[in-house]
Design a protein. Structure first.
Length: 102
C-alpha cells in the first residue's frame, strides 16, 4: 500500500472537556481537592443527620399506626420529606451550576 505524504498538518480534534476539579493528567487540581473536602464535610454534617431523623420518624410512626393512624401518616410524610429534601436541594444546585457554567 502506498500512502500519500503531504506537507499539510492534519486537523487536530478539539480537546475533550475535563471533569470538574480534574486536571489534564487525571488527578485532582488543588481547587478540586478543596471542593471535594468541603462538600464531603457538608454532606456528612448536613445531610446525614436528616437521614437519621427520617429513620427515627419512620420508626416512631411504626409504633403509632395501631393507636393513631393519622399521626403515623404525618410522621411518615415528614420522614420522606427529610430524606428527599437534600436530594432536591442538590438537584437544584447542580442545575444552577450547569446553567451558570453554560
Amino acid at each position: 500500500m502506498t500512502e500519500a505524504v503531504s506537507g499539510a498538518a492534519p486537523a487536530s480534534a478539539p480537546a475533550p472537556r475535563l471533569a470538574f476539579g480534574i486536571g489534564p493528567d487525571g488527578t485532582y487540581t488543588r481547587f478540586g481537592q478543596v471542593a471535594a473536602f468541603v462538600l464531603g464535610l457538608l454532606t456528612t454534617f448536613a445531610f446525614l443527620p436528616l437521614v437519621v431523623v427520617g429513620a427515627l420518624l419512620y420508626t416512631r410512626a411504626e409504633t403509632r399506626f395501631g393507636e393513631d393512624p393519622a399521626r403515623a401518616r404525618t410522621l411518615v410524610n415528614w420522614s420522606w420529606l427529610s430524606i428527599t429534601a437534600p436530594v432536591l436541594v442538590a438537584a437544584v444546585a447542580v442545575a444552577a451550576v450547569a446553567a451558570l457554567k453554560g
